[in-house]
Design a protein around this ligand. Structure first.
Ligand SMILES: [Zn+2]
Length: 196
């Protein structure tokens, strides 16, 4: 998080989108300049009354729908990742996937931070499903993620963004078109179906 530069901060008191109380929730906007990528606008809404918190990032650069593929390894753990609300993030070798939904958030992180988020999601699943098969699968997934965080082994990080708002900022990233057939099945986060 060190090399990026925050160029503008705008703080407002708003009506909370969750509880509707006026004058308590804040909306903080930051314009962040990411080297070799451009500007993104990060918005964080936080309500002290009901505890609602939501953040998102919007790229201020013009982008096409794209699939970003990066090999996760010790060398790429610090690579900057921009995940917008509309992006699907997956690591096929481990079988983990985060799809956009009404509760999904956009954020700026790095590959290690992305893995830590996956780790958190798996820990949540471990507490949710207590049958033996789910527990074994989740523990297996967890140990694979933790090995990657330690810099052991490799896997593939894929970000599919139908709005091209996401990015993996590295010379090693492979940017390709999202195949038509895949694009049709990608969730955008704007449907009414709850999926996360
Ligand atoms: Zn509220």
């Amino acid at each position: 998080m060190s090399e990026e530069e925050t160029v503008e901060i705008n703080e407002m008191v708003i009506k909370c989108p969750a509880c509707g109380v006026d004058g308590i929730a804040t909306s903080i906007m930051k314009e962040i300049e990411i080297p070799h990528f451009g500007k993104v606008l990060e918005t964080t809404i936080q309500c002290k009354k009901c505890g609602f918190k939501h953040s998102d990032v919007i790229s201020l650069e013009q982008n096409e729908p794209a699939k970003y593929t990066l090999k996760i390894s010790e060398e790429t753990l610090s690579v900057r990742v921009v995940r917008s609300q509309s992006a699907t993030v997956s690591i096929p070798e481990i079988g983990v996937k985060v799809e956009p939904g009404p509760k999904s958030e956009g954020y700026v992180t790095n590959v290690e931070g992305m893995l830590t988020r996956f780790e958190g999601a798996v820990i949540k699943a471990l507490n949710l499903f207590d049958d033996e098969v789910s527990q074994t699968n989740a523990k297996n997934t967890l140990s694979q993620i933790r090995e990657l965080i330690k810099g052991n082994g490799t896997a593939t990080l894929i970000i599919d963004d139908p709005f091209g708002q996401s990015n993996i900022v590295s010379d090693d990233v492979v940017i390709s078109e999202i195949p038509e057939e895949e694009l049709k099945h990608l969730k955008t986060g704007f449907s009414h179906i709850e999926d996360n």
